[in-house]
Design a binder for this molecule. Structure first.
Ligand code: NAD
Ligand code: MN
Length: 482
């Protein structure tokens, strides 16, 4: 099947000016302050490789001060009536909406994702999480009927770089609604929007110490996780670090939730609407450069439609626009960091070396500066290939085929992960039968990557445990008495 597409758009870059300070301190006890030893590091714009700003690196003694600040704030915050806590959350949500454009631009500059995603997904979803949890703050006793609900205490929260503000919102909103106080550590390549969120906390008069933000790399995270003064640790990141943190928490009495990696499968049946399925697959793996924990990175296609799906994938890939993330027409932005770029390149090499055939988009030359990866998919992938087994966290899709639903199910479940799955079929009964047997925290049917603050998200197996969002997500932040 041959198809061609050769029209183009004029550039439409976002030009609204935003301010970025040359240096950001740690946010402790309601104010920004430098780290005690004066150490700092830089965050770059991955689309230009330019240094955007520098930020303080928290040492274990800074972490200690942040944890004490959260502990001090806990007494008053937990005793505040739920409806008063809710008012703060509503204010944060509204202020995020008012500053949405600025936050979208900052998110895109610090992390490299296309502005249309920051604008349409990251920032509105972050605001939604605060709105949603504001609504729970005075209804916690009804969330778990017959039990008296109280906070867990001081919560340490460590987040990754793929949805910087959204992950901060996923962590902070339920914690505050339930009466906990927080020490949050953003990722070292994307701390900007969490630090600007701290400004929002100041603007709305959130009591000092209720949220503290410590910036730095893995060492800062390790110091926070090991601190004896925390009651709970919530971590989103790689499975390797998650396993270490499970060891650190074991036997300490600290509560732990882990949101880790994935290698999520899509299954396309021959009876599916193929155009709709291909669009969902493309969004599910190329969206945010594949920096999505639940990215649909394995695709199983029923044999009779494999040729059609492959041709349509190739065609759609050619019309994806890669480049300046601040351009409103850009579909594919920059890879978040040089390290991640190298990781993705090594997987592309492994795929070719092990015998799979690489298809890539070839529409325009890659920008000279910055970290870029063309949307890619592999044909002729075997289940044993590295690219079919390991999480790549980049815009790389492994395509395989199947004959029967049983085979699709066995192959889809053949992974140490269990975060998400996608089913594409015209037959409701088939979808429900498959969905029940797929070992994944979320199963999307004839759609993919749909989120809502009211529906819980989380994994099975090595994708972690605990849920975020919905009533289920509150459970991790509450102590229930009967
Ligand atoms: P990472 O685990 O290296 O880093 C995540 C965070 O942990 C960062 O803030 C980092 O500074 C910190 N960290 C690193 N080492 C640490 C240590 N020893 N102790 C404490 N904290 C430490 O992960 P990454 O490579 O930056 O992020 C990508 C990974 O995150 C992928 O595997 C992806 O699947 C996963 N992820 C999962 C979800 C989910 O909801 N399940 C969401 C986003 C990302
Ligand atoms: Mn950055």
């Amino acid at each position: 099947m041959k198809m061609k597409n050769n029209w183009d758009y004029a550039p439409a870059p976002e030009t609204t000016p935003v301010e970025i300070a040359p240096h950001y301190g740690l946010f402790i006890q309601g104010e920004f302050r430098a780290s005690q030893n004066g150490l700092d590091m830089a965050s770059v714009n991955p689309a230009t490789e330019e240094e955007l700003f520098r930020f303080s690196v928290a040492s274990s003694s800074d972490v200690d001060v942040a944890v004490s600040s959260a502990r001090k704030a806990l007494g008053k915050w937990r005793r505040l009536p739920g409806k008063e806590r809710g008012k703060y959350l509503y204010r944060i949500a509204r202020r995020l909406q008012e500053r949405a454009r600025e936050f979208s631009i900052l998110e895109t500059m610090d992390g490299g994702k296309p502005i249309k995603e920051s604008r349409d997904v990251d920032i509105p979803e972050a605001a939604k999480h605060f709105f949603y949890h504001a609504g729970w703050a005075d209804k916690l006793d009804y969330a778990f009927p017959g039990r008296k609900a109280g906070p867990v205490g001081v919560c340490a929260q460590i987040i990754p770089w793929n949805f910087p503000l959204l992950m901060a919102a996923w962590k902070i909103a339920p914690a505050l609604a339930c009466g906990n106080t927080v020490v949050l550590k953003p990722a070292e390549t994307t701390p900007l929007t969490a630090l600007r969120l701290a400004e929002v906390f100041q603007e709305v008069g959130l009591p000092e110490g209720v949220v503290n933000i410590v910036t730095g790399a893995g060492e800062t995270g390790a110091a926070l996780a090991a601190h004896p003064g925390i009651d709970k640790l919530a971590f989103t990141g790689s499975t390797a670090v998650g396993k270490k943190l499970a060891e650190v928490c074991a036997g300490t009495g600290k509560r732990l939730t882990l949101e880790l990696g994935g290698k999520s499968p899509h299954i396309i049946f021959a009876d599916a609407d193929i155009d709709q399925a291909v669009e969902g697959i493309v969004q599910g793996i190329f969206f945010n450069q594949g920096h999505v924990c639940c990215a649909g990175s394995r695709l199983y296609v029923q044999e009779s439609v494999l040729e059609e799906v492959s041709a349509k994938l190739d065609f759609r890939m050619q019309s994806l626009r890669l480049g300046n993330p601040l351009d409103k027409n850009t579909d594919i932005g920059a890879i978040n960091s040089k390290e991640q770029w190298k990781t993705i390149q090594s997987y592309l090499e492994a795929g070719k070396k092990e015998g799979a055939l690489l298809h890539q988009s070839n529409q325009s030359a890659l920008p000279k500066k910055g970290y870029w990866c063309r949307p890619s998919w592999f044909e002729g992938v075997q289940a044993s290939h590295t690219i079919a087994r390991e999480e790549i966290f980049g815009p790389v899709l492994a395509v395989m085929s199947f004959r029967t639903p049983e085979e699709a199910l066995t192959r889809a479940n053949n992974t140490p992960y269990g975060l998400a799955a996608g089913i594409w079929s015209d037959k409701g009964s088939k979808i429900f039968a498959m969905a029940q047997k797929l070992k994944a925290g979320v199963v999307w049917c004839n759609s993919y990557n749909r989120f809502d603050a009211a529906s819980p998200f989380g994994g099975f197996k090595e994708s972690g445990f605990g849920r975020e969002g919905g009533r289920q997500g509150l459970r991790a932040y509450l102590e229930l008495q009967s």
